[in-house]
Write a protein that binds this ligand. Structure first.
Ligand SMILES: [Zn+2]
Length: 121
């Protein structure tokens, strides 16, 4: 598919170039119009060529996790959960600690790289 659009792009670019040069040698009244059409056709051709090189698949956002730590200094509860909209560092969490029922705070937001799929808590 990419190869075909590349070939079509080359043909269109070539046709645009022919129009452009033909326009420059034709009647001065219309040469500007042919020149313009040639430029537009060529830009479409170039678009097809470069479009074949870059597949239009948007990269998914990197997985992000939020680190929650219990506010109680004697409690060592730590949790990593998926990042949610509105999360920020030092934001107090509505949920209470499952270990000591104390309040919890966000202590970090991390982006996981694909190679580091396993998280050690
Ligand atoms: Zn706790």
């Amino acid at each position: 598919m990419g190869m075909i659009s590349k070939i079509i792009g080359l043909i269109i670019t070539g046709a645009g170039a022919v129009l452009l040069f033909w326009g420059m040698n034709s009647d001065p009244t219309y040469s500007f119009i042919w020149f313009l059409i040639g430029m537009i056709v060529m830009s479409i051709g170039f678009g097809l060529i470069s479009g074949g090189k870059q597949p239009e698949t948007p990269e998914p956002p990197p997985p992000t996790v939020t680190e929650i730590i219990c506010d109680n200094l004697d409690c060592d509860f730590k949790e990593l959960r998926d990042f949610e909209k509105g999360d920020y560092i030092l934001k107090p969490i509505d949920a209470t600690c499952p270990k000591c029922d104390g309040s919890m705070t966000i202590h970090g937001i991390y982006i996981i790289r694909e190679k580091e799929e396993e998280i050690q808590i």
